[in-house]
Write a protein of this length. Structure first.
Length: 619
C-alpha cells in the first residue's frame, strides 16, 4: 500500500520554574528521535549521488542521477510486512500493461516502470471496476479463487460474499477487504461498514478493527492537541486491489509518496474509482493514475499511504479529519524510512531536472512540506533511462540532498524558521504546520484550516519543546510584538531575515541565573553594516563583589546604555554564556528588550556567586 503524501487561555504562564527547564534543555539533543537518530547510521558513508542514499542503479557501471532508480525487481519479500510471492509461487502470474490499463502503447510511455508489471495477486483495473452484482456471487468467487490460489466452494463462503453483492460494491473494493484473510478464512474477515438499514446480525459482524481505529483517533485528541506523534494513516492505497481502503483493513507499515506540485494551469482534479469517487485527486494533466499504479507495483510494494484532498462527497468531514491527519503525517514517513518514493517533477511525471529547476517555485526541495516528508534513503521515481543529467545538475542535486539530511541534526529553532522563509507553500498556514515535527513539541497542535498563520504559530510556541522555547528567549534579538514579549510573532520571524550564528556545540545547559541589577554599556550604537558589537556589563555577585564582563551583540537591535535585569544561562566550558536583557515591570513580570552573549574567556557565570533558580514570570 502507498501513503500519499501562548496565551493565558492556551497555557499556563511561563515562569522560572519553567525557565529553569527551558535553559536546562536549551542545547540538549535528547528530543531528537526522528531523522536525527536515523542519520547516525549514515555518518561514515560517503555520498555519491543517490547511490549512497538508498536509490539503486539499473546497472552497476552506471552513474549520475539520470540512471538512478529503485530496483526491487529481484526482491521476493516486501518490507511492508506482508509475505509476498516467495510463498505463493503457485499463484497465476498477472501482467498489467499501459496498453491494457490505459490504452497507451508501451513505447509511448517515457517512464520505464510505468510500461508494464508482471506479478501475482494484482488484478486488472477492468476487473476491479466491475460490480460484484454484475459478476454474480459465483463469478466473484471464481475470480477470488483464481487470484488467490484457493478452491473454496460457494456454500463455504456464501455468508461472507453476500454483503458485497447486496451492497453492489465493485470487485476491487471487495478484493481489498477480503484478500488479506482469504487464505485463512476461519479468521475474522473484514466486512464493509453497514448502514442503519442493515440487519443487526451484520452490524455485529463489522470487524473490531474499525471500532478500535475510530476509538484510537478520538483518544489521541485532547483540548485541541494531539497527544502522540505516532498515528497510523487513516487510509491506504492497496495496490493489489487498486483501491483505497481504511488502514485497519490491511494493517502493516505502508510505503509513502512525496511529490512536487505542478502549476495550477498544468493540474486537473481527477475523479477515480480507485477511491470510490469520494474526492477528486489533483494531478498533472499529462499523468494517469493507472500508470502510477503500475510503477508502484514495480517497486514491489503493496500499499501506500493515501491522503484525502479537498472536495468530494464528504467535504464536510475533511476539515475534521485534517485536524489529526495533517500534523501526524510525518510519523508515517519516519516509519516508512527506506520505503518513500519521490517524484521530483510532479506526481507520476518523468524525472527531468535542469539547472533552473532548483530556483523554481515548483522545485521539490523548496516545498514547506518537504521537511515532513524527507527520509535518509530516498527512492527516486519517474526515471526514464534516456535522460542525460548535466554535471552541474547532479552536483546541485547532491548538495541539496545532503543539506536536507543534515537539517534534522540542527538544534536551533532559528535555523528551522530561517530555512522556512525561503520555502513555498500553497497555503500560508502550511509553513507553520511544516515546522511541527522538526521542533518536536511535547504535544502536537491540530491542523485548523481556519486559523491564520499567526494564530497557529502562537499555538505551536505554546507546545514546542522547552529547548526551543529557551532558544527563542535567549537567541531572538528583539522583544515579541505579538501576544508575548519574550518570543517573536510569526510576522517577525517571517519578515525579518534572521542571522543565525553557531555559537554553541550542543552543550546541555544546566544552570540559569537572574541578575537583578546590571549596568550594560557599549551596545547602543548600531553600525550600517551587520557586524558584532562589543560592550561591557557591570554586575555584583551575591557577596557584593563587582565584576565586569566583556559582551557581544551579534545582531542589529540597539541596547541603550543603562541598568537592566538580566536572565543568564551558563554555556559551560565550551560555549559562551547567554543573556536576556530587560526590565521587571510593576506587575513583577520580566519584559524582554534584547539579548547578548559573553565574550569574556576569563569570567563565567558558573564561577560567580549569583542567584539561581529564581522564580521569574515572563510577559
Amino acid at each position: 500500500m502507498f501513503a500519499y503524501s501562548s496565551t493565558a487561555q492556551l497555557s499556563t504562564p511561563l515562569i522560572t520554574m519553567d525557565f529553569q527547564e527551558l535553559t536546562r534543555d536549551m542545547y540538549s539533543d535528547e528530543e531528537s528521535d526522528g531523522l536525527s537518530e536515523q542519520a547516525s547510521d549514515y555518518e561514515d558513508e560517503e555520498s555519491d549521488g543517490l547511490l549512497k542514499q538508498g536509490s539503486y542503479y539499473e546497472d552497476e557501471d552506471s552513474d549520475g542521477l539520470s540512471e538512478q532508480v529503485s530496483d526491487y525487481e529481484d526482491e521476493e519479500d516486501s518490507s511492508s510486512g506482508y509475505s509476498t510471492d516467495q510463498e505463493n509461487t503457485t499463484l497465476p502470474l498477472v501482467t498489467l500493461t499501459s496498453l491494457t490499463e490505459t490504452g497507451q502503447d508501451e513505447p509511448t510511455i517515457p517512464v520505464l516502470k510505468q510500461r508494464s508489471y508482471t506479478g501475482r495477486k494484482a488484478i486488472p483495473s477492468a476487473l476491479a471496476d466491475t460490480l460484484c452484482a454484475d459478476l454474480g456471487i459465483n463469478g466473484a468467487l471464481k475470480e477470488l479463487n483464481t487470484a488467490l490460489g484457493t478452491s473454496y466452494k460457494l456454500d463455504f463462503v456464501i455468508s461472507i460474499l453476500n454483503p458485497y453483492i447486496a451492497q453492489n460494491v465493485d470487485f476491487g473494493t471487495a478484493y481489498a477487504y477480503l484478500c488479506w484473510n482469504w487464505c485463512h478464512i476461519h479468521l475474522p474477515v473484514p466486512k464493509l461498514s453497514i448502514s442503519e438499514e442493515n440487519n443487526e446480525e451484520m452490524r455485529r459482524n463489522v470487524l473490531v478493527g474499525e471500532v478500535e481505529d475510530r476509538k484510537m483517533r478520538l483518544n489521541v485528541l485532547a483540548d485541541g492537541r494531539i497527544t502522540t506523534r505516532h498515528v497510523h494513516p487513516r487510509r491506504v492505497w492497496d495496490l493489489h486491489a487498486n483501491r483505497v481502503v481504511p488502514y485497519w483493513v490491511v494493517g502493516g507499515e505502508p510505503w509513502a509518496i512525496s511529490h512536487a506540485w505542478v502549476d495550477e494551469k498544468e493540474r486537473v482534479d481527477v475523479m477515480t474509482p480507485i477511491n470510490g469517487g469520494e474526492w477528486p485527486v489533483p494531478m498533472p494533466k499529462d499523468v494517469n493514475l493507472d500508470l502510477i499504479h503500475i510503477e508502484m507495483l514495480n517497486m514491489r510494494s503493496w500499499w501506500f499511504l493515501q491522503a484525502e484532498y479537498e472536495g468530494g462527497k464528504n467535504e464536510h468531514l475533511r476539515l475534521d479529519e485534517w485536524k489529526l491527519d495533517v500534523p501526524t503525517i510525518r510519523a508515517v514517513y519516519e516509519r516508512a524510512y527506506t520505503r518513500v518514493v519521490y517524484y521530483l517533477n510532479g506526481l507520476g511525471r518523468p524525472l527531468h531536472l535542469t539547472p533552473g529547476y532548483f530556483e523554481s517555485d515548483r522545485c521539490w526541495f523548496r516545498h514547506a512540506w518537504m521537511l515532513q516528508e524527507m527520509t535518509m534513503s530516498p527512492i527516486i521515481a519517474g526515471v526514464t533511462g534516456n535522460v542525460v543529467v548535466d554535471t552541474q545538475v547532479q552536483r546541485r542535486f547532491d548538495e541539496e540532498l545532503k543539506s536536507l539530511q543534515r537539517m534534522p541534526e540542527s538544534t536551533s529553532i532559528l535555523h528551522s524558521v530561517s530555512d522556512m522563509q525561503d520555502r513555498v507553500s500553497t497555503k500560508p498556514l502550511d509553513k507553520v504546520a511544516g515546522l511541527v515535527y522538526p521542533l518536536y513539541p511535547d504535544v502536537i497542535p491540530i491542523y485548523d484550516a481556519n486559523q491564520s498563520p499567526a494564530e497557529a504559530w502562537e499555538v505551536l510556541m505554546d507546545v514546542m519543546g522547552s529547548k526551543y522555547q529557551a532558544q527563542l528567549l535567549f537567541l531572538y534579538p528583539e522583544p515579541g510584538d505579538g501576544k508575548k514579549r519574550w518570543r517573536p510573532s510569526w510576522q517577525q520571524v517571517t519578515s525579518n531575515r534572521i542571522v543565525v550564528r553557531q555559537f554553541y556545540s550542543g552543550y546541555e545547559i544546566k544552570r540559569s541565573y537572574c541578575i537583578k541589577s546590571a549596568n550594560v554599556h557599549g551596545l547602543s550604537e548600531v553600525p550600517n553594516e551587520p557586524m558584532p558589537r562589543k560592550g561591557e556589563v557591570d554586575i555584583n555577585d551575591d557577596n557584593g563583589a563587582p565584576h565586569t564582563l566583556k559582551i557581544i551583540a551579534d545582531h542589529m537591535h540597539p541596547i541603550p546604555d543603562g541598568v537592566y535585569t538580566l536572565l543568564g544561562c551558563d554555556g559551560g566550558h565550551s560555549d559562551p554564556d547567554r543573556f536576556v536583557v530587560g526590565q521587571i515591570r510593576q506587575d513583577g513580570k520580566f519584559e524582554k528588550l534584547s539579548v547578548f552573549c559573553s565574550a569574556d574567556d576569563a569570567v563565567h557565570l558558573y564561577s560567580l556567586k549569583l542567584d539561581r533558580d529564581v522564580e521569574i514570570f515572563l510577559c
